[in-house]
Write a protein that binds this ligand. Sequence first.
Ligand code: FAD
Length: 137
Amino acid sequence: MYRLVYYSRNSCPNLGHQEIDAILRVSRRNNAAGGVTGALMFDEGYFAQVLEGAQSAIEETFERIQMDPRHYDVQIVDFSPVSDRTFHHWAMTYTGANLSAPARKLINASGGFDPRSLSGQEIFLQVASLVFAEGRP
Ligand code: FAD
């Protein structure tokens, strides 16, 4: 079992529910088929995503993700073996970094989430704490 954590710059000029729904719909279909679980965090500036599963399944998934023109400057910050999944119940859940109180910790001077100053473990912990605090379906 492996866990990959990356962040990227969002290139959607007006990122909204439609754009996020389109990403989640395709992610859930593909990830369920490949035994991948995880979580996507987003705001107007950045995406951060955690992918969990077999090494080969994560690599295949990430190959597609990194080619996607909806984001750029895709930076892997962690890809390591883990003993278990954290997001067992979700082929792909999500959290909007600017939507909830715990996320204020992430807010920088420009009002957005800036993952560049965070380690892979810190991003993973932030995404997990937001997802569990928000009780996403
Ligand atoms: P398709 O079934 O053809 O799916 C492609 C779909 O993606 C299209 O229906 C369209 O709705 C949408 N799409 C593609 N490009 C654009 C575009 N430029 N603008 C608007 N819509 C577009 N895929 C996963 O499988 N798992 C993931 O966890 C995952 N996470 C992602 C996270 C982010 C931040 C982004 C930006 C994309 C993610 N994707 C994920 C999508 C991935 O990049 C590929 O688009 C997808 O895997 C392709 O799936 P498919 O080959 O089954 O193609």
